[in-house]
Design a protein. Sequence first.
Length: 233
Amino acid sequence: MSASTTPSRHADPTPVVLDRRDGPFGEVVLRERGEHFEIIANGCFLMDTSDGRSERLLIDAALAALPPARPAPSVLIGGLGVGFSLVRAAGQGRWGRIVVVEREPAIVEWHLGGPLDRISGAALADPRTAVLRTDLVAHLRTTTERYDALCLDIDNGPEWTVTEDNGSLYSPSGLAVCRERLTPGGVLAIWSAQPSESFEHALRAAGFEGVRTEEVAVARGVPDVVHLALRTP
């Protein structure tokens, strides 16, 4: 859910709180630290704008995994975050419909005319982009729409969820729903703050093929990763 699982700066400059909200899932805070923004949820650091490589990889790897001849593929981005994944998708002319699902009203408002508008404003104004203000897990379980790619970044990984309810997304039933929401040949891409062999096994057990993991090295600790899996026709 972030470019790094720990803030890139610890003491200087001092973070400035731009907004603090009590939302439907607890407290969310937007801070500015120098030239970068940080999002904190229930006192836990989630993401900042210091390094967006892994969020961009989430989109790039999904697009590269799709058949080259597939015209205007649709993508669902789970989690607006600081906007890096959306901006990447909107900057790629090959994508058709771009749907972003974000359940935190404050995060959406920070992007729509708020401080984060300078990052995502043009991408949100792209006619291909639609924002759904709802819970991702609920949306996947209730919609009948299928997508060519699901790019999900709502947690710090399958084994490190932001809220307990999110855990169902990575369960056998949750992965079955993800597979059902994909078109034949579609790709599931899931961001994680750490590799997980057990999650790769879970993807294969759920009927996905071509399961693999791409890594992005970080300054400290284990690499950020994107788990990739294909729904075969």
